[in-house]
Design a protein around this ligand. Structure first.
Ligand code: ADP
Length: 257
């Protein structure tokens, strides 16, 4: 298959993406979809469906061996095919928030962690400090700069991860289970932050209520294949379809008798 010409509004294009972790068992099978500028896409499906594996392909965390220049790339970001030579540029455009903050936070203080990305972009000290302050403010953690990342709640740690990504001014946000292990107030705060972010977002989650609230579109992934892709209300109100893939119709879309 040849690489398609990017459409003007597609910020992410995934084409013919198949992947196996090496034990021969296919985890993703011929996955294809585009994400347009500003679109918020929920990625749902049962555990083990391949959601995290798919997300990790969107900024080149996978495959383990990236395509070289002569190879076809399955993922194109803002017209740039993800290859060995382009992966750093792609990672600047696509901010990735891991499910577990322990996979992301590694500096002793919030300031160092949130500033790590902007510092690596080569920004001046003043600009880095400004971005740290701005992004902490955005996630509701203004003034947390000197706090130890080890002495924060899970919700706060997740928000520090998001602040670190936002501080790099990405075009696209990719979030893996952002609502897991958050209390209701922290979940609400996160929804507000994601609503404010103008770029495209791909959000893997088991929380279908938030998909209804936040996303324009939903993709159901099961056994590594896309089983449905469409407007949230159409897809998630189809009880037969979504039960088949281990999901429940969100409360808001249940037929009221
Ligand atoms: P989901 O995010 O939908 O729960 P994952 O992408 O985490 O699904 O996992 C998809 C499949 O790949 C599962 O069967 C899982 O056991 C397997 N898998 C995930 N990570 C690895 C890994 N590092 N090595 C081998 N198999 C893996």
């Amino acid at each position: 298959m040849s690489e398609a010409t990017p459409t003007s509004t597609a910020v992410i294009q995934v084409q013919g993406l198949s992947y196996s972790y090496g034990d021969g068992r296919g985890v993703l099978s011929d996955v294809e979809f585009n994400v347009s500028e500003g679109e918020r896409v929920g990625l749902v499906g049962p555990s083990g469906a391949g959601k995290s594996t798919l997300l990790m392909h969107l900024n080149g965390l996978l495959p383990d061996r990236l395509p070289v220049d002569s190879d076809r790339a399955s993922v194109v970001v803002s017209g740039v095919p993800i290859r060995k030579s382009s992966v750093s540029e792609v990672r600047r455009r696509v901010g990735f928030v891991f499910q577990d903050p322990d996979d992301q936070l590694f500096c002793p203080t919030v300031r160092e962690d949130v500033g790590f990305g902007p510092l690596n972009l080569g920004l001046s000290r003043d600009e880095v400090f400004q971005r740290i302050a701005e992004s902490l403010e955005m996630v509701g953690l203004g003034g947390f700069e000197n706090r130890s990342t080890l002495q924060l709640s899970t919700g706060e740690r997740k928000r520090v991860c998001l602040a670190g990504v936002l501080a790099c001014h990405p075009e696209v946000l990719v979030l893996d289970e952002p609502f897991a292990n958050l209390d209701p107030r922290a979940r609400r705060a996160l929804v507000d932050v994601l609503r404010e972010f103008a770029g495209a977002q791909v959000i893997a989650t088991h929380d279908l209520e938030f998909v209804v609230e936040l996303c324009d579109r939903v993709i159901i992934l099961d056994e590594g294949e896309i089983k449905a892709d469409g407007p949230v209300r159409n897809v998630l109100s189809d009880e037969v379809l979504i039960r088949k893939h281990g999901l429940e119709v969100p409360w808001e879309l249940r037929a009221r008798t």
